[in-house]
Unconditional design. Structure first.
Length: 218
């Protein structure tokens, strides 16, 4: 049995996977801490702790957006537990890079920051246009700690020996396909906005489900 560990992106919470998780037989979604002084490393350790609490020998780690950096470092720390790493519109790169190094919008983020925290963009920034979804998402978005964007990743290279797949959305807004190819990941295109786990949960689940068996195939 394989468990999918679904890790939400910045400004979101475990609720970001509420529409995907029920479509997968076994899935957990940790809720990352958004407090003062929290950095990327703290989020990595939270995901590692969630992994360590599971009995399943093979896990599929799925990171959306900012959490691409989180799941890659978590997989690097527990490579023997990971069958596949999946990035969904995910920021990722080699050891030593941070989201601030990768994302072109960091000047805007820093300008908006109030000390340690960054207020969330409106739902429309993630491609949420349905009025009911806009209200639902808007009530749940929360401030995000700036340090998670500036703290660099620390990788040993173990994660790069694991199978990896990256889902990128069309029309493309950010260079997620290029970042994935730079890592040697297979890329899969989906039509939809950045918050595709909310707008097309069935499409996301159907993309994830076959990956549970690919540790032995790659």
């Amino acid at each position: 049995m394989t468990t999918f560990v679904l890790v939400h992106g910045a400004w979101h919470g475990r609720w970001a996977w509420d529409r995907v998780a029920p479509l997968l037989p076994h899935a957990v979604a940790p809720d990352l801490t958004h407090d003062r002084d929290v950095g990327l490393r703290d989020h990595v350790l939270e995901v590692v702790s969630a992994m360590d609490s599971l009995d399943d020998p093979d896990l599929v780690l799925v990171g959306h957006s900012y959490a691409g950096l989180v799941v890659r470092e978590a997989a690097d720390r527990r490579p023997d537990r990971v069958a596949h790493v999946v990035l969904i519109e995910g920021w990722a790169g080699p050891s030593g890079v941070s989201l601030a190094d990768l994302a072109p919008f960091m000047d805007v983020v820093r300008a908006a920051a109030d000390g340690w925290r960054v207020p969330p963009p409106p739902p429309a920034a993630y491609g949420i246009t349905d009025p009911d979804d806009t209200e639902w998402v808007g009530r749940r978005l929360r401030d995000h700690p700036l340090r998670t964007f500036t703290e660099p990743t620390e990788l040993t290279g173990a994660v790069d020996r694991l199978p990896g797949t990256a889902v990128h959305c069309r029309p493309e807004v950010y260079p997620f396909a290029r970042l994935a190819k730079d890592l040697g990941y297979r890329t899969v295109a989906m039509d939809g906005p950045h918050d595709v786990p909310l707008t097309d949960p069935r499409g996301v689940a159907e993309t994830l489900w076959p990956l549970r068996n690919e540790k032995c195939l790659l």
